[in-house]
Every structure is written in structure tokens, then in C-alpha cells.
Design a protein around this ligand. Structure first.
Ligand SMILES: Cc1ncc(COP(=O)(O)O)c(C=O)c1O
Length: 392
């Protein structure tokens, strides 16, 4: 079976991890800070705080921005549940903004409309979480303009998008996702199907030193070893840490950081290969009655996923027919995503089916087909011929 995504681990990755296993520190050693610095340099952000998953990075990002009971977080319905759950962990509420029919990212028009209604009702969100679906960046300058007008904070869920780029318009230079020019915090995931991996892992990037410090403390029990941050208590003067708020153990290990550092040396190669795969799919599918991913001229996607949309209209195939045929011929496909509010947990919170019509239309047609750097030309050829065979 050809999977829809998988990691690419080299001998150099393995050797570097083994070096760490033989070193003094398996965790809380020097490699986590080195990994944070590597990612921060790569995406031009002043600070990176590594965590044991993107889910925990989203949680501490919400807490660092002061999310709590009575607050609201808005995100896209077409995302992994973690983009929404981070609000619930903080005792806050969550709501969804429908997607754009071309990019499948949160629609800026729907966001603007919903904000205008919420302003009148006094129900503006504290945080908005745009998700760069499949690695295609959202229109961050436009979302930031709305943040400035309505006073919300932005956490970019860039779990799919380390290595992606965006620009303000067609004359401007491309900028790396994660530079936090148009957001407070940007989160990446390093799960094995993502662009680079640490096994499990994530990171929160920020340009704000105070936020970086809060993120660091929240990921490690709310503890500080910085004397200037400690509360003066002479009886504890010689001891080297204090817990000053309630945090978690969300730390990345040095073993994982080593894998991440080694993977970062190949990130651009990974993304070039993903683009080659996408270009071939685009060419081969251009005459089929399926929709290939539309790309804004102002983005350079990391192509975490390649999503096609199939439809029974005009003699085409349903999602189920295409899924069954692909699976039967050894091609594993996936769906990213069922609208989050359709999950039973969210239905129990009162969300109704049909809440976001574009996200509903998308999820009945979308299929993520195999996309990862080690997909061979022959394997890709097989995926292409099975899909083409559906329409003969
Ligand atoms: C959009 C999105 N957000 C958040 C996450 C959570 O990432 P992690 O598995 O690193 O916690 C994922 C993972 O699949 C994701 O796709």
C-alpha cells in the first residue's frame, strides 16, 4: 500500500540521534535550544519555544495570550481538532469561520462579516487561529488588518507549513511562514507525516520576548530559574528554581531535537521534491474531471498535502467510489478534514451539521493522495494511472 504521507529518515539523522543517546543529556540538554535557534533562523522569527507536539504548543500559545473562561477562539472548520481544542483546554469557547472555496483556508470575507456581527453583539473573539491548510499560507496581511481593527490576537496554526512562504502582493518579496510579522505566535508540527519530523514535536514561534518567556515557563511546569523572575523569599535564596505559575511538562527531548536539527538540513530539498510531485500531478490530471489544488500567486506552499476534489457531476465519481477504487489498487488516501464541528464532541456542544456550507461541500469531495519526498516516480505513476483509470 502506498501511504498518503510518510517521513524521510537518513543515515545522518540516525547517527546524530545515536550520538545524543550516548551523551550526558537525553532531555533538558543543549540541543533543544539549538533546534529552536535553527528553526528561528530559518523562518526569521526572533524566538522559538519547542514543545512535545503542536497540540501542546497551541495550548501554551493560548495560555500565553491570556485565554480563559469567557473568552472565544475562532478557527477554520477544515482543520485537525487540535486547532479548536486548545481553546477548550483553557476553559474558553470556540467557533468556526467557513472556508474559502479556492484555497480551503479560512475565508477572509466570512471572517470580516462574522467580526462585524460579533462587534455589535459584544461577542468578539480573543484569538483567531488561521490554519495554513496543506501548506498553503492564509492571507495573513488581510487577517492582521482585521486583528488591528477588532482587537483580537492571532495564532497561526502552521502545522502543515514549515518552509512555506507568502508575500503581501505580486511585487513584494516572499517571506517565510513563521516570521510572525502578521501574527502573535506561529505553531509548527513535527509529526512524522509533516514536512520535517521529530517523532512527535512542535514549536511556537514569536517575535515578542515577553510571550517567549511565558511560553517557556508554561511548557515546563510554570517554573523559572531566572532570579529576576523569582519572588523574593530569602529562605530559598540558594536554590535555583521557583514555580511562579501553573504550567505543564510539554518539553521536547534532546533526542527529538537532534532528529529535528538533522532534518532541518534537508528541509528545502524536501519541499522541492514535494513541488516536483505536485507539478506532475497537476499536469497529469489537467484533463480529468477532478479539481487539483488552486494556488494563490502570493504563496509558495510547503505542499504537506495534495488534495483533489472529486464529484459525481458530469459522469464523474463520488468520493466513496474513488476511495474504494484507490484503496483496492494499493493507494492509501485520506480526508483532511471532516469539519471539526461535525465531530461528536462538538455536536454535543450544540453545533449543527451544515454550519459552514463551503467546508461541508469540500469534505464530501476531498481526497489527500500520496505526497511525500520519498514517493518514487514509479509509485507516483501508479497513483496517476489508478486515478486516470477511474475516468476511462
Ligand atoms: C492543522 C493541524 N493542527 C494541529 C495539529 C496537531 O499536531 P501534533 O500532532 O504535532 O500535536 C495537526 C496534526 O495533525 C494539524 O494537522
Amino acid at each position: 500500500m502506498i501511504p498518503y504521507g510518510r517521513q524521510d529518515i537518513s543515515q545522518a539523522d540516525i547517527d546524530f540521534v545515536i550520538d545524543v543517546l550516548r551523551s550526558d543529556f537525553l532531555t533538558q540538554g543543549p540541543l533543544v535550544a539549538r533546534f529552536e535557534g535553527t528553526v528561528a533562523d530559518y523562518c526569521g522569527a526572533p524566538y522559538g519555544v519547542a514543545t512535545n507536539s503542536a497540540t501542546s504548543a497551541l495550548h501554551v500559545a493560548c495560555l500565553a495570550l491570556g485565554m480563559g473562561p469567557g473568552d472565544m477562539l475562532w478557527t477554520s472548520p477544515t482543520t485537525f481538532v487540535a486547532s479548536a481544542n486548545c481553546a477548550l483546554y483553557c476553559g474558553a469557547g470556540v467557533d468556526f469561520v467557513d472556508i474559502d472555496p479556492h484555497t480551503y483556508n479560512m475565508s477572509v470575507e466570512r471572517l470580516a462579516e462574522k467580526l462585524s456581527v460579533a462587534e455589535k453583539a459584544g461577542t468578539l473573539p480573543k484569538v483567531v487561529v488561521p490554519v495554513h491548510l496543506c501548506g498553503q499560507p492564509c492571507d495573513m496581511p488581510a487577517i492582521k488588518r482585521l486583528a488591528d481593527r477588532y482587537g483580537f490576537k492571532i495564532i497561526e496554526d502552521a502545522s502543515h507549513a514549515v518552509g512555506a512562504k507568502y508575500r503581501v502582493d505580486e511585487k513584494a518579496a516572499f517571506l517565510p511562514v513563521g516570521d510572525c510579522r502578521y501574527s502573535d505566535i506561529t505553531v509548527f508540527s513535527f509529526h512524522p507525516v509533516k514536512i520535517i519530523t521529530t517523532g512527535e514535536g512542535g514549536i511556537a514561534m514569536t517575535g515578542d520576548p515577553a510571550l517567549a518567556e511565558r511560553l517557556q515557563r508554561l511548557r515546563s511546569h510554570g517554573i523559572t530559574s531566572d532570579r529576576s523572575q523569582m519572588i523574593a523569599m530569602p529562605e530559598y535564596e540558594i536554590w535555583n528554581y521557583q514555580q511562579v505559575l501553573l504550567g505543564y511538562n510539554y518539553r521536547l527531548t534532546d533526542i527529538q531535537a537532534a532528529l529535528g536539527i538533522s532534518q532541518m538540513t534537508r528541509i528545502d530539498d524536501f519541499i522541492h521534491r514535494r513541488h516536483d510531485i505536485a507539478d506532475r500531478y497537476d499536469r497529469e490530471f489537467s484533463s480529468l474531471p477532478i479539481l487539483t489544488p488552486w494556488q494563490s500567486p502570493n504563496v509558495y506552499s510547503s505542499y504537506h498535502l495534495y488534495v483533489v476534489r472529486v464529484s459525481a457531476a458530469n459522469g464523474g465519481k463520488t468520493q466513496r467510489q474513488a476511495y474504494d477504487e484507490l484503496q483496492a489498487k494499493g493507494v492509501n488516501v485520506n480526508l483532511h478534514y471532516i469539519p471539526v464541528y461535525r465531530q461528536p464532541y462538538f455536536q454535543a456542544m450544540g453545533f449543527k451539521r451544515g454550519y459552514c456550507p463551503e467546508a461541508e461541500a469540500y469534505f464530501t469531495q476531498a481526497l489527500s493522495i500520496p505526497m511525500y519526498p520519498t514517493l518514487t516516480d514509479d509509485e507516483q505513476g501508479h497513483v496517476i494511472s489508478v486515478l486516470q483509470g477511474l475516468y476511462r
